[in-house]
Design a protein around this ligand. Structure first.
Ligand code: GUN
Length: 282
């Protein structure tokens, strides 16, 4: 079987092109709060700033030293919440070890109207109501949904198996797929027989961050495989899926890099436009 390679770039380009005129009219502004210099975060933040610039969206990058204290970070969030010129802001994760336990409090402090990551309880909770309330969905799951739409991969009635239960990908993606008629199984590090589960997937999503953990014997022939994992290895960036062995037996598969990655940034930009429109309406 020759698999369709699900590249993110054409999907992201189409989405960004559709947003460009609205960005010109609405003039939204995104602020990225970064703490420390984690190499992966540096690269993600660079990509976000570059894509915003390409579509003419205003940005500000606030990069704090790794030692910044929680009160200083919280004060910044308060200030951004109150700044009418700021449409939305994100706190790039992960944070340094001393702040990481406070991530729930940090996210809770963000005004839901400006939560363009879609991480806060209000925005996550609304997604549970129905597809019509997915106003600010988390960027990576929203990007995956957009990608499946672009490549005409139907979700309704399919069995989607997600490996990974993070608040940023696994859990919200499960809700979004459920909203679109999928039967959803979420697997994680405590799952007893992972292969038994993944073998049943019509749509298999791997979002763990362990290079090559999904091998050919774990995948049903003809399945659609979405690889969200990105690991830095001595051979470069690798996904959770052993791409070379899996690609010959599936109907479609995302590469790493070049698959889901570009979609995350495009979805974040879409959320900034949505946030601005909803703020003007309120
Ligand atoms: N770290 C990895 N992905 C993300 C994301 O989508 N948002 C934030 N804030 N941090 C991340």
């Amino acid at each position: 079987m020759t698999a369709t390679i699900l590249r993110g770039a054409p999907v992201a380009e189409a989405l960004l092109a559709s947003l460009k005129s609205e960005i010109g009219k609405l003039n939204p502004k995104l602020v990225i709060v970064q703490v420390g210099d984690d190499p992966a975060s540096q690269s993600y933040v660079r990509q976000k700033l570059k894509s915003c610039e390409a579509v003419g969206m205003r940005t500000e990058h606030r990069n704090f030293k790794a030692e910044v204290t929680l009160p200083v970070l919280m004060k910044t969030i308060e200030e951004l919440n109150g700044d009418a010129d700021v449409t939305g802001f994100i706190v790039q994760l992960p944070l340094p070890a001393h702040l990481q336990p406070h991530v729930p409090d940090i996210i809770k402090a963000i005004d839901p109207k400006k939560d363009v990551d879609g991480f806060c309880a209000y925005n996550i909770g609304k997604m549970f109501l129905s597809i019509d309330f997915e106003h600010l969905p988390p960027a990576t799951p929203a990007g995956i949904i957009e990608m499946m739409k672009f490549y005409k991969i139907s979700v309704d009635g399919k069995h989607a198996v997600i490996v990974g239960r993070s608040n940023t990908v696994g859990k919200p993606l499960a809700v979004m797929l459920l909203n679109r008629g999928a039967t959803v199984t979420i697997c994680h590090s405590r799952t007893k027989d992972l292969k038994l589960m993944t073998k049943q997937a019509d749509i298999l999503v791997a979002a763990v961050g362990r290079a090559g953990m999904i091998t050919k014997d774990m995948v049903k022939p003809g399945a659609v495989v979405i690889d969200v994992g990105v690991s830095r290895t001595k051979d470069g960036l690798k996904g959770d899926v052993d791409f070379e062995s899996v690609k010959d037996s599936v109907s479609a598969i995302t590469p790493v890099p070049g698959g889901v990655g570009p979609m995350t940034v495009a979805s974040l930009i879409r959320n900034c436009v949505t946030a601005k429109k909803r703020q003007m309406r309120d």
